[in-house]
Design a protein around this ligand. Structure first.
Ligand SMILES: [Zn+2]
Length: 416
């Protein structure tokens, strides 16, 4: 039985991989339509031959790695269950201590370590591809350091989540999902508040904008939008990447607008002002707060479905080698189901995000009245990130939290 299940799961994964490969590399047409040749959305008008060829290859490989990674995780959790690996980790944890809290730390450490080792080849491959195409400039040492920080940050967060979650599962046999959701509200808000000042600085250096002349221009614009000036930060990313980025993060007194130094180095002042106006659009329209509200709503539905689904799976608990829902050995099942739900929900969350990004673009256009710089910014973002102007449909709905460059450029041009 176990062997048959394992064989089927591996076979399904490989088949999915082949189908995605065929779709991304042969079936989907990522070239711009003939009617748009020669316009500002045609990469041939702002990239050279080599850049166009590289961006096509790079996008295809990155898209494939993206689609392979979530199901790879599911396969891992499934095999960890049916081969009794999770049950073994639980036994090791039970042997270490009689205290629940230590048991969950030990169990979680082994599960996280196994997951880290198994997913390492895929993460490393993804890094190597970015490096080969000169998007990432990070050496192995620095990349590995980030991976290890990731490991421990995730471990610490998961330790809190898992310990509380399993205590709730024991206490509220039926309604644990509701209790978990209620507790997740203050936790989420607290984490959002800490993110820019505690988590983000573990990875990179943050400081106020260095270019004071540019800062004055940005502050003038921020004053027009009623944004407190202290919210503009620069982050040192050029040691790690060549790509460009800017974003709004944090809540309350910790909220800030952040610009990667690569953006400051590679774009003109007019383009940076357009990007800043876009970020200010997110800030003014309070997208972060809508994001938190949306996340909480989605996690309520998600936890409820997960609870019902886990109960259903208990009919197969012998095959899954789980003692019961509230025993630690069920954690891979919890991760498996939530990961599937997250992936399934991503077209919806991406759609909402693309809507907000469109709003932020429009806000920026109204503020700057500089359509030429907007178009130039989108073209430069495409060129430096070796990204696609018009990605295949599945890529857009599962991967794109921003409108495609084709859509952004077209909108910027028509809003003149
Ligand atoms: Zn944005």
């Amino acid at each position: 039985m176990v062997r048959k299940w394992a064989f089927n799961a591996v076979f399904a994964y490989l088949l999915f991989g082949v189908l995605m490969y065929a779709y991304l590399f042969y079936l989907a047409d990522a070239a711009v339509p003939h009617s748009l040749k020669g316009t500002s959305v045609d990469p041939a008008t702002f990239m050279n031959q080599r850049e166009m060829m590289l961006s096509e290859e790079y996008s295809k490989i990155k898209n494939l790695l993206f689609f392979l990674s979530s199901p790879y995780e599911w396969l891992f959790y499934f095999l960890v269950l049916i081969f009794g690996v999770s049950r073994t980790f639980e036994r090791w944890a039970e042997k270490t201590s009689r205290f629940h809290i230590i048991r969950s730390a030990v169990y979680l450490f082994w599960l996280s370590l196994a997951s880290f080792i198994v997913t390492f080849p895929l993460s490393y491959l993804s890094h190597s591809v970015s490096k080969a195409y000169h998007i990432s400039t990070q050496n192995f040492h620095s990349w590995m350091k980030d991976e290890l920080i990731d490991f421990w940050v995730n471990f610490a967060l998961m330790f809190i989540v898992v310990t509380v979650l399993y205590a709730l599962m024991k206490k509220f046999k039926k309604r644990w999902w509701l209790a978990a959701w209620i507790l997740s509200i203050p936790f989420t808000i607290f984490m959002m508040f800490l993110q820019p000042v505690v988590i983000d600085p573990l990875y990179n250096d943050f400081y106020p904008l260095k270019d004071k002349q540019l800062e004055t221009k940005i502050l003038d614009m921020a004053a027009k939008a009623d944004i407190p000036a202290k919210h503009v930060y620069e982050v040192n990313m050029s040691e790690k990447t060549n790509s460009l980025n800017a974003y709004v993060t944090g809540i309350g007194s910790n909220s800030r607008i952040v610009l990667w130094d690569t953006t400051l180095k590679q774009l003109s002042d007019k383009e940076i002002l357009f990007i800043m106006a876009h970020e200010m659009g997110h800030y003014v329209e309070k997208h972060i707060y809508f994001g938190i509200a949306g996340y909480l709503l989605l996690s309520l539905v998600g936890l409820w479905i997960t609870a019902k689904w886990m109960e259903k799976c208990m009919g197969r608990k012998k095959e899954l080698k789980i003692t019961g829902i509230s025993s630690l050995s069920s954690l891979p099942l919890f991760f498996l189901l939530t990961s599937i739900l997250l992936f399934a929900a991503s077209p919806l969350t991406n759609w909402v995000s693309r809507y907000e990004e469109t709003r932020a673009d429009r806000y920026a256009m109204e503020m700057t009245h500089d359509s030429a710089s907007a178009v130039k910014t989108f073209q430069d973002l495409t060129r430096t990130g070796l990204s696609e102007v018009d990605p295949p449909w599945l890529v857009k709905i599962f991967r794109y939290g921003h409108p495609t460059m084709r859509e952004r450029i077209e909108r910027a041009e028509t809003s003149k």
